[in-house]
Write a protein that binds this ligand. Structure first.
Ligand code: NAP
Length: 310
């Protein structure tokens, strides 16, 4: 009988994928994890993580995710790099298109996570990498002693605004409403931080600059009044987009493109499971991603051992 290259392929190397990899490797499944860039996902771009249990003083995102990778590899997880471009049925297996090669497996766990949403205002794309950023941990140190804008009012915006106060002279948190969405403890810290000024009920209409960001055009949504704000950099945190586009037509997704699963992480396609932020779920956290990863690997193992693959 024809053989699959692997028992299990995991697409995505954030906390969900790495946890699935750990459990699958310990279950002695021949497992390949495919990661687009560096393992760790969004968590690896977070400077400090305070709400992942077990680290009383918190832990840096890169340290936590590197430890997760090391732990999974210690039990035999194989990791390869490349973008997963497609997933198709090659009965009785599934075949993943990774860059220009194809790899097959009896089961697949999709843990491709999310990416930052673009606001779509003029100047955002043209000045990307020249003052416009979506990653404070990566780019924050470039803005030492400058004024910075952070756009959004969720956990990401508030957490990263707080982080940026290490470098910036002043951080303007621009939020479209009069209440933040972020965790209460983050709100308290932002409100108490003398370096953070919150611009309530305000939206960005343009990022201004030629060779680099020089400022923002803002509008108050209540008064319709406009103003210019001088900043040397701007960080957008206006939500996330699911990285499940390559699955459209193969799996059932919700109207925002998140993968629908049952409580064993099984998707609408037999033999494909999903875990972590890419899944439709109420709470996107590292703590929930690792739970998804463990469950998906366990369910995939059961499925593979049942021998019932189509
Ligand atoms: P989010 O929770 O979706 O928040 C996005 C923010 O951007 C909201 O404040 C939203 O305003 C604003 N926004 C959206 N569209 C906008 C527009 N067109 N113009 C202006 N503002 C706009 O995204 P997130 O903060 O990246 O968080 C995503 C998920 O990751 C959440 O589940 C979050 O809990 C989790 N996360 C957790 C942590 C942590 O636990 N420390 C850290 C980071 C992320 P409104 O409030 O008015 O909708």
């Amino acid at each position: 009988m024809q053989k699959a290259d692997y028992d299990l392929i995991i697409a995505g190397g954030g906390p969900a994928g790495l946890t699935a990899g750990l459990y699958a490797a310990r279950a002695r499944l021949r497992t390949l994890l495919v990661e687009k860039m560096a393992p760790g996902g969004q968590a690896a771009t977070t400077f400090y993580i305070e709400n992942y249990p077990g680290f009383a003083q918190g832990i840096s995102g890169p340290d936590l995710t590197q430890a997760m990778e090391e732990q999974a590899k210690r039990f035999g997880l194989e990791v390869t790099y490349g973008e997963v471009k497609g997933l198709s049925s090659r009965k009785p297996f599934w075949e993943l298109e990774v860059e220009d090669r194809k790899v097959s497996a009896k089961a697949v766990i999709v843990a491709t996570g999310v990416e930052p949403r673009k606001l779509g205002v003029p100047g955002e794309e043209t000045l990307r990498g020249r003052g416009v950023s979506y990653c404070a941990t990566c780019d924050g140190p470039f803005f030492k002693d400058q004024d910075i804008g952070v756009i959004g009012g969720g956990d990401s915006a508030v957490e990263e605004a707080l982080y940026l106060t290490r470098f910036a002279k002043r951080v303007y948190l621009v939020h479209r409403r009069d209440a933040l969405r972020a965790e209460k403890i983050l709100q308290e810290r932002a409100l108490e931080n003398p370096k953070i000024e919150i611009l309530w009920d305000t939206v960005v209409t343009k990022v201004v600059g030629d060779s680099g960001v020089e400022g923002l055009e803002l509008q108050n949504v209540k008064t319709q009044g406009t103003r210019s704000l001088k900043v040397g950099g701007v960080f957008f945190y206006v939500g996330l987009l699911s990285n499940a586009g390559f699955l459209r037509g193969t799996l059932n997704l919700d109207d925002q493109g998140y993968v629908l699963t049952d409580d064993t992480m099984a998707t609408s396609a037999v033999g494909i499971f999903a875990a972590g932020d890419v899944r439709k779920k109420l709470l996107r956290q590292i703590a929930t991603a690792v739970g998804d990863g463990a469950m998906a690997a366990f369910a995939a193992e059961r499925y593979i051992e049942s021998g019932k693959w189509p």
